[in-house]
Write a protein that binds this ligand. Structure first.
Ligand code: PLP
Length: 227
C-alpha cells in the first residue's frame, strides 16, 4: 500500500471515530484505535507507526512473532486478538501486552503462569459470544460471571473488560443491539475495575462507539482489503 493511501485511510478513520464519538457526546480521546495488522507485512506496520498509530492487533501467532521481532526498535503495543490454542499460550504470554480473546479458564491460567516475571501483568479481555452462534468463539453469557471471577484472581493477568465479534450485519439497529448486550454484560459483572469494551470493526464501529466501545479493532479501513 502506498504511504499516501495509508495516510488518507488513517486520517479518514480518525475523523470517523471523532464524529461517532461527538454524535453520542463522548470524548474521542476515550476511544483507542487498534490497527489490525494480520496478513500485512512489517513494512506496512512501520509506515502506520510513522503516521502515529501505536497499537497493533494480530490473530496468527507465528506471523505476529516475526513482525514483533522485526519491529522491536519501535515503541508499539501488541494485542493478540485471534483464537488461542492452549499450546500457544507461552509465546503469547511472552510477547504480547494485551490478549482480547481469552474465552476459557484453562487458557487464562496458563497465560498467568507463563507471563514472564520481568514484564508487567498481561492485560486481558474476555471474549464473549453475544450472537449465540455455535461457530463463533467466545464464552457464553451464562458462563461469564464465573469465568470473570476466576480470572480476576490470577496474579499475572489484569482483567480489563470484554471483547466480542458479533455476526456481521449491515443493519445498524441489529449492530447496536449486539454491542449493547456486551455493554450490559460488563455492567452486570459489577466489577468497577473493568474499563474496556473491545468492540467494533471497519463495518460497524459507529454502532460500537454509540454503545460504549473503548477499543475499536480496524483492519480493512486502515490497510485496505485483505488478499
Ligand atoms: C480481522 C479482525 C478485525 C478487523 O476487521 P476489519 O473488518 O478488517 O476491520 C477485528 N477484530 C478481529 C478479532 C479480527 O479478527
Amino acid at each position: 500500500m502506498s504511504e499516501r493511501q495509508l495516510h488518507d485511510n488513517i486520517a479518514k478513520l480518525l475523523d470517523r471515530v471523532s464524529r461517532a464519538a461527538q454524535n453520542c457526546e463522548r470524548d474521542p480521546a476515550d476511544i483507542t484505535v487498534l490497527a489490525v495488522s494480520k496478513t500485512r507485512p512489517a513494512a506496512d506496520i512501520r509506515e502506520a507507526a510513522a503516521l502515529g498509530l501505536d497499537q497493533f492487533g494480530e490473530n496468527y501467532l507465528q506471523e505476529a512473532l516475526d513482525k514483533i521481532e522485526a519491529l522491536r526498535d519501535l515503541p508499539l503495543t501488541w494485542h493478540f486478538i485471534g483464537p488461542i490454542q492452549s499450546n500457544k499460550t507461552r509465546a503469547i504470554a511472552g510477547h504480547f501486552d494485551w490478549v482480547h480473546s481469552v474465552d476459557r479458564l484453562k487458557v487464562a491460567r496458563r497465560l498467568s503462569e507463563q507471563r514472564p516475571d520481568n514484564l508487567p501483568p498481561l492485560q486481558v479481555c474476555l471474549q464473549v459470544n453475544i450472537s449465540g452462534e455455535d461457530s463463533k468463539s467466545g464464552a457464553d453469557l451464562d458462563a461469564l460471571p464465573e469465568l470473570a471471577a476466576a480470572v480476576l484472581e490470577l496474579p499475572r493477568l489484569t482483567l480489563r473488560g470484554l471483547m466480542a465479534i458479533p455476526a456481521a450485519t449491515g443493519d445498524t439497529a441489529a449492530q447496536r443491539a449486539a454491542f449493547a448486550r456486551l455493554r450490559k454484560a460488563m455492567t452486570a459483572l459489577g466489577m468497577p475495575q473493568l474499563d474496556t469494551l473491545s468492540m467494533g470493526m471497519s463495518g460497524d464501529l459507529e454502532a460500537a462507539i454509540a454503545e460504549g466501545a473503548t477499543i475499536v479493532r480496524v483492519g480493512t479501513d486502515i490497510f485496505g482489503p485483505r488478499g
